[in-house]
Design a protein around this ligand. Structure first.
Ligand code: PHE
Length: 338
């Protein structure tokens, strides 16, 4: 009898020595201590078959064995936990430099947008934050583009319904500013505009614009030219030259297309300026008297100028990028260069 208990103990010691992880620890525990089928319970069931006088000694020996098994298993568990804790401690190297993590940066178009806003804020302009989803009136009608105007074609504009659309330019600032402010008015608005254009190297159905409006007594084309000169020199560099060509926009009269001397060849002629020495940069003009009147401005007293420019276009020129799509594809290899 005591021989079989000794045997059990030896078997247990062997199993204990073979434990090499939590799974095998649990298996050994269950093998010996499981309530229904554990080795110790099974052995204790034999008590019934023993002669009466042998039972107390057997019972006692089995209880001792159970206590031993429990103790040894607990020790084994404590050892394993301590070992794990100490290897974890060793793994913390407090002298090791921290992990570098990537700080995002401002998108080149957004950065240019705020640079432009800063230039105007420093000149006393008010910034209008205007909706991209706009009423027809602010995008077209109030800018002297009535119902039948070709620029309002569904081929060119994203419409929600008859009177709501995605703005096609930031010139809506003209109508909003004139409705909300009393002259003298100096306002700008920047942001996304949408047109039903293909997505190719020079077009995008969404791009960025800045629009400017100034209304005061006695404003002339000379003021427009002077202000453009200051702005373009700050935007590009101080020896940039500029020229105005007649251009048509329904909301200005007279209207002009503005070119700057090519920033790559300084006007000598290169592929970017198609050998002309000039690149078109923005549209401008004197606010049309009809537009002034529609927004409740007395056109016999006040006059003003307005101009609008593509911000992406400036980014393309400034950074020598030859495909507008690169700005909107969010390829980090491209964006990290800025
Ligand atoms: N809104 C015009 C465009 O998108 C630009 C413009 C603005 C022209 C203001 C004249 C005056 O092309």
């Amino acid at each position: 009898m005591s021989e079989s208990i000794d045997n059990l103990r030896r078997l247990f010691e062997e199993d204990l020595a073979a434990i090499d992880g939590m799974e095998s620890w649990k298996a050994v525990r269950d093998k010996y201590l499981a309530r229904e089928s554990g080795v110790i319970t099974t052995e204790l069931k034999k008590l019934r078959d023993l002669p009466k006088e042998a039972r107390p000694a057997f019972g006692q020996a089995m209880n001792q064995l159970r206590a031993l098994v429990e103790k040894k298993l607990q020790e084994r568990l404590d050892e394993a936990k301590a070992a794990e804790a100490s290897t974890k401690l060793q793994r913390i190297d407090v002298t090791r430099p921290g992990f570098p993590f990537a700080l995002g940066s401002i998108h080149p178009i957004k950065r240019l947008q705020s640079e432009i806003e800063q230039i105007f804020v420093s000149m006393g302009f008010q910034i209008f934050n205007l909706p991209e989803i706009e009423r027809d009136y602010y995008n077209f009608e109030g800018l002297n583009m009535p119902r039948n105007h070709p620029a309002r074609d569904a081929q060119d504009t994203f419409y929600f319904d008859d009177s709501v659309l995605l703005r096609t330019h930031c010139s809506s600032v003209q109508v909003h500013a004139m409705e909300e402010l009393k002259p003298p008015i100096r306002a700008i608005s920047t942001g996304k505009v949408y047109r039903r254009d293909p997505f190719d190297a020079t077009h995008s159905p969404m791009f960025y614009q800045v629009d400017v409006i100034v209304i005061e007594e006695g404003i002339t084309m000379g003021d427009l030219k002077g202000m453009l000169d200051v702005f373009l020199k700050r935007m590009f560099h101080s020896d940039i030259r500029m020229r105005l060509r007649p251009g048509f926009f329904p909301f200005v009269e007279p209207g002009a297309e503005v070119d700057i001397s090519c920033i790559f060849c300084s006007g000598k002629g290169c592929p970017t300026c198609k050998q002309s020495g000039w690149v078109e940069i923005l549209g401008a003009g004197m606010v049309h008297p009809k537009v002034l009147r529609m927004s409740g401005i007395d056109d016999s007293r006040y006059s003003g100028f307005a101009w609008g420019m593509g911000i992406d276009r400036v980014a393309i020129l400034k950074h020598g990028v030859d495909d507008i799509r690169l700005f909107f594809e969010n390829d980090l290899r491209f964006l990290r260069q800025f």
